[in-house]
Design a protein around this ligand. Sequence first.
Ligand SMILES: *[C@@H]1O[C@H](CO)[C@@H](O)[C@H](O)[C@H]1NC(C)=O
Ligand SMILES: *[C@@H]1O[C@H](CO)[C@@H](O)[C@H](O)[C@H]1NC(C)=O
Length: 437
Amino acid sequence: MHRQLSLITCAHLLATALATHQHIHRSPLETSPFDANPRAANATNEVEVIVASAWFPSWSSVPLSELSWEKYTHMVFAFAYVRQVSAGAVADLDTRVTTTNPAAISVEDAQLKEFVAHARNNNVSPLLAIGGWTGSRYFSTAVAEASRTQFVQAVLGLVTKYGLDGIDFDWEYPGQQGIGCNTVADDDSANFLAFLQQLRQENSTLVLTAAVGTNPFVGADKQPMTDVSAFAKVLDQIELMVYDAWGSEKTAGANAPLTDCPSQQSGSVTSAVDAWTAAQFPAEKIVLGLAAYGHSYNVTPAAAIGAGGLNVYPAIGGVRPAGPSDIQGDATPDACGNPPVVSGVFTFAELVSGGFLSADGQAQHNYLYDQCTQTPYVYDGDTHVLVSYDDAKSFAAKGEFIAERNLAGFAIWDVVGDHKDILVDSLYTSMNIQNCD
Ligand SMILES: *[C@@H]1O[C@H](CO)[C@@H](O)[C@H](O)[C@H]1NC(C)=O
Ligand SMILES: *[C@@H]1O[C@H](CO)[C@@H](O)[C@H](O)[C@H]1NC(C)=O
């Protein structure tokens, strides 16, 4: 049924596309710039432009020079935080903040400049993500009518100051509580749209994206909106955050299921894409967010291992085991003043360095690939740590889905979570992406 297109991406194609505002469209070009490439220069010269994106977590210790820039069209610096927006908020000005409106946004100044320089040297589009789980506290206030213009100006100021190509809004979540102490209003989504429209009016070339949940933005009634097409008019793309899908405290489950399954009936990649497209958001503006990490569970060997190997959805035996980024004994409260929670996050790279996987990203034993969710589990029988994660095989399944559904591309959370490009290379193969450099 689906026309299988050969997806072609490379930095200089992206630059051309950006100049003509076609960067998110899969544009059949009249003449292919890749005549030397036999895959691209066929009878129709049809070239699709895809988004190959990843977030860079600014707290990472990995130097910017070590990122695989050549594999990406966009790189998103995470995060700038929305600061408390009110008269007098300048009083708690952070010395790192040097935007045109320091009251509104906080960002790591020197590191962001270095990030943009690296992106430019590598012909990658640099974007800045605003928000995130801990940085969404004042989004609702910022986009409200009283401070909207101020917030628009603050964002434009950042774009100019740092020479960015665009902004990724990572508001978790409009109209809904996230971390626990965010400002929330019934008209958040309406205000967000009005804010984006004003921003778009001020600058028509700015790349505007939003990282979103599995359901469309909620309306004033707290229900997912049935028509979000107005957002598609002002946003270049949305990244679906189709991970952290399992919330049970009794059993372990898939972190990023491809489809809904009998034991996990919501939150999958497929249901998220279906929900957004049913609400009139065009598939060609949807970027699939992919997890280069998994979540840990404490599972006894008796529960973990059955006659045929690892069990799916085993009972959890105790508290969530700490991941490498969880600081042992850390009692520093979160942004809301609550005790920190153990994330149990293991990046794919940390599963390798932690001995769950060998250097080639494969598990030697205690591995299960769940055919329904199309995601793997790996288990350490000594420490009783089970991790539900994504690997080359599950990334390939998701890459095929992106191509089949003609989505805009992918965005990996996060770029340093990959190990020797095993995950991103799996997408290149499964989506038939050519790197034309
Ligand atoms: C030419 O390439 C396009 C996309 O790259 C593909 O869809 C089409 O089938 C190819 N045509 C031939 C004749 O190979
Ligand atoms: C508009 O955005 C582009 C980035 O796409 C930036 O280079 C340019 O300076 C911005 N223009 C204004 C007037 O802010």
